[in-house]
Design a protein around this ligand. Structure first.
Ligand code: AMP
Length: 191
């Protein structure tokens, strides 16, 4: 089973991806985590991505599509995967469709976590404030958060009608409790 989780930063995609990973023995593919690992390893991609991530912008579609394409080919993805943070533009979504078709794969469910942006902003702002500085992501600042939410609105949100038009989109209430969100997702996945 292959899934896409869609939603703005802080919507709870990572929490749900980790839970689904355990429950279905499929792999969470977080492009944010992959980029942070690339930065930590000092690779070329990492060096180029660092300033983009720190500003809250998006790494180029070509780099991201290539990264996911190579990752999906690895043995641990054979049972399925959960895309968390990818696709983030309509161009990435289109490239993903083509790339998966070439590999004989498909996405089974595209699940949108719907959230109220104002409540979300306050939620993440307090999470940033509560996290000791040494443990904070370098892009976890109030200013970058504003940019990341704007980038989501402008560049990522158009993916939602893209998948809706394909008849692939299912939405859950991302403002509900973790247990309720989990139940809603499990119902979709079981259908
Ligand atoms: P995340 O951990 O998903 O919030 O991602 C952190 C940052 O990594 C984002 O703000 C972007 O700069 C970059 N990033 C992650 N995934 C993508 C993607 N699919 N396309 C472009 N940039 C991405």
């Amino acid at each position: 089973m292959n899934l896409i989780l869609l939603g703005p930063p802080g919507a709870g995609k990572g929490t749900q991806a980790k839970r689904l990973e355990e429950k279905f023995n499929i792999i969470q593919l977080s492009t944010g985590d992959m980029l942070r690992a690339a930065i930590a390893s000092g690779s070329d991609v990492g060096l180029k991505a660092k300033s983009i991530i720190d500003s809250g912008g998006l790494v180029s579609d070509d780099v991201m599509v290539q990264m996911i394409s190579e990752r999906v080919d690895q043995e641990d993805c054979k049972n399925g995967f959960i895309l968390d943070g990818f696709p983030r533009t309509v161009a990435q979504a289109e490239a993903l469709d083509i790339m998966l078709a070439e590999k004989g794969l498909k996405i089974d469910h595209v699940i949108e976590l719907k959230v109220d942006e104002n409540i979300l902003f306050d939620r993440i702002r307090s999470r940033i404030a509560e996290t000791p500085e040494a443990e904070r992501r370098s892009d976890d600042t109030e200013e970058t958060l504003r940019t990341r939410l704007a980038v989501f609105r402008e560049q990522t949100a158009p993916i939602i009608p893209y998948y809706a038009d394909l008849g692939a989109l299912k939405s859950v209430d991302g403002m509900a409790s973790i247990t309720e969100v989990s139940d809603q997702i499990d119902t979709i996945v079981a259908a």
